[in-house]
Design a protein around this ligand. Structure first.
Ligand code: GLC
Length: 544
């Protein structure tokens, strides 16, 4: 592995992330090369040709670092190594070399808000005791009450329950997530230096970018002030304020200093290394502050994901997102699903209706200018698995809140007649979560070359998005007059013109005047000089 040179000049290709299609690989559920029932880096490596053929530009890999896996790897014990569950550093190097050879870029997850409680720093902090320099790297505090028996403040874990856990010597430590994920003290210079070095470690190994986990969380308000309520006092969970209100442990102004220090590190490498924030802020304006030439390249916009199945709702979030992107000078990110949220087939109504809508939503998303994130399995039209037995659920939030994210994390069906549908090598029967029997017909093999399959719809749409001059660029969209419940917008570059129409009106509509159909999420039928676009369907038309 050669170290990257540190001087670079910018090229047009450095802006690849502005209109890229990024495929989120949830590593433990993607492909299992060693038959242990858990996806791994060699599994990804074997499936790279599939991803190239799908037509994506980059992969975002969820954490594969050394970890006790309490929160599926978002509890990192060694930021510079691969968990044996997923392989080793050689596997990583081989995977990234092959990916680059196929023209696929690699984005890795960075988890800076907290470490695992198995991280050597935390072990040292526990051993060294109150007042020690080792404790300074985390957020230890004395409790309230006569004997310090109450938590230092009223903060609540995102996974439910108090955000504080008491250790044997009586002090408490902060964990905004699971107790096995102690929050770091980002006002400590050693913490900052460590992560700058970790970034360089992976940049030197050739990664093209980072997805920054809980990017809004690293700085906590001075004095750790109370929020003023929590589930215990008023029944309202503090996490309900995510993206809506101020919390003393999120989106503090000082957090931006961290990114201003990171950006020159990214910029010192050639090839357009980027970072995307998973950040929640009170307003779109505050979210936009994470983005810019001296901070991060992108922040996920979850408003598109949160839009309900209505024309008004989509139009509003699209307009807002595009207006914001003009302000910050960076393209929007479009996301329909990820490993934390219910899959959109199910959100849109599940079953056949949900799938129809999900396919239409994909055409809507791929027609928009900006960077698109596809969550593994959405190209197969996978629904949320709602009936996983409780004893198999592994999300740490499940034990604390009864809510679990396992249903969107079920391993990918690749082919074959029996579960786990080719997740592992031939004959391998293990998978860390069971795939439902209905997934046999949803597998990659079952959908490949099958006319009308969701996989072929994704392949076709992504090919057109890349190749068509009207869609490949970042030119603005123009909304067209339509009947209520129908969304139609045009993208134009030079003489090339594509119109995307989405029918959310509840009845079939006839569309005309947009030109020749390019792709549709459901069968179009000709009627007079136009086409009937069925209910809950979308289509692209072109004129050149
Ligand atoms: C992010 C991740 C989520 C994880 C949490 C704690 O929200 O997407 O999966 O549980 O951070 O690291």
């Amino acid at each position: 592995m050669a170290s990257a040179p540190r001087t670079t000049s910018r090229t047009a290709d450095d802006d690849w992330w502005r209109s890229a299609v990024v495929y989120q690989v949830y590593v433990r559920s993607f492909a299992d090369a060693n038959s242990d029932g858990v996806g791994d880096l060699q599994g990804i490596r074997q499936r790279l040709p599939y991803l190239r053929d799908l037509g994506v530009d980059a992969l975002w890999l969820t954490p594969f670092y050394t970890s006790p896996q309490v929160d599926a790897g978002y509890d990192v014990a060694d930021y510079r190594n691969v968990d044996p569950l997923f392989g080793d550093l050689t596997d990583f190097d081989e995977m990234i070399t092959d990916a680059h050879a196929l023209g696929l870029r690699i984005i890795v997850d960075m988890v800076p808000n907290h470490t695992s409680s198995a991280h050597p720093w935390f072990a040292a902090a526990l051993a060294a005791g109150p007042g020690s320099p080792e404790r300074e790297r985390y957020l230890f505090a004395e409790g309230k009450g006569e004997q310090g028996e109450l938590p230092p403040n009223d903060w609540e874990s995102i996974f439910g329950g108090p955000a504080w856990t008491r250790v044997v010597d009586g002090q408490w430590y902060l964990h905004l997530f699971d107790p096995a994920q102690p929050d770091l003290n980002w006002r400590h210079p050693e913490v900052r230096a460590e992560f700058e070095d970790v970034l360089r470690f992976w940049l030197d190994r050739g990664v093209d970018g980072f997805r920054i986990d809980v990017a809004h969380g690293m700085i906590k308000a001075e004095g750790l002030p109370d929020v003023g309520f929590n589930s215990m006092t008023t029944g309202q969970r503090q996490s309900e304020l995510l993206g809506k209100g101020r919390l003393p442990y999120f989106d503090q102004d000082e957090v931006h200093d961290i990114y201003r220090a990171w950006r020159p590190i990214l910029d010192s490498y050639p090839g357009g290394r980027m970072a995307v924030a998973e950040a929640w802020a009170e307003t779109p304006q505050r979210l936009a502050r994470y983005i810019g030439p001296d901070e991060l390249h992108q922040a996920f916009s979850f408003d598109f994901l949160d839009a309900t199945w209505s024309a008004d709702s989509f139009r509003k979030v699209i307009d807002t997102a595009l207006a914001e992107s003009t302000i910050v000078g960076a393209p929007t990110t479009w996301v329909l699903s990820n490993h934390d949220r219910q899959r959109h087939v199910t959100r849109y109504g599940d079953g056949e209706v949900g799938l129809r809508r999900a396919r239409a939503a994909a055409l809507l998303m791929f027609a928009l200018p900006g960077c698109v994130y596809v969550y593994q399995g959405e190209e197969l039209g996978l629904p949320e698995v709602l009936d996983l037995p409780d004893e198999l659920r592994q999300d740490p939030a499940f034990r604390r809140t009864g809510e679990s994210r396992d249903g969107c994390r079920v391993p990918i069906p690749w082919g074959g007649e029996l579960p786990p549908y080719g997740f592992g090598p031939d004959g391998s029967e293990l998978s860390w979560l069971p795939a439902p029997a209905t997934w046999r017909s949803l597998s990659v093999a079952a959908q490949t070359a099958a006319p009308g399959s969701t996989l072929e719809l994704y392949r076709t749409a992504l090919r057109i998005r890349h190749e068509h001059p009207a869609l490949a660029g970042l030119d603005a969209i123009t909304w067209l007059e339509t009947e209520p419940g129908v969304l139609a917008f045009r993208r134009t570059t030079g003489d090339a013109e594509v119109t995307c129409v989405v029918n959310i009106s509840g009845a079939d509509v006839t569309v005309r005047g947009y030109g020749r159909p390019l792709v549709a999420s459901a069968d179009l039928t000709e009627r007079g000089d136009g086409h009937v676009l069925p209910v809950d369907a979308a289509a692209w038309f072109e004129r050149r």
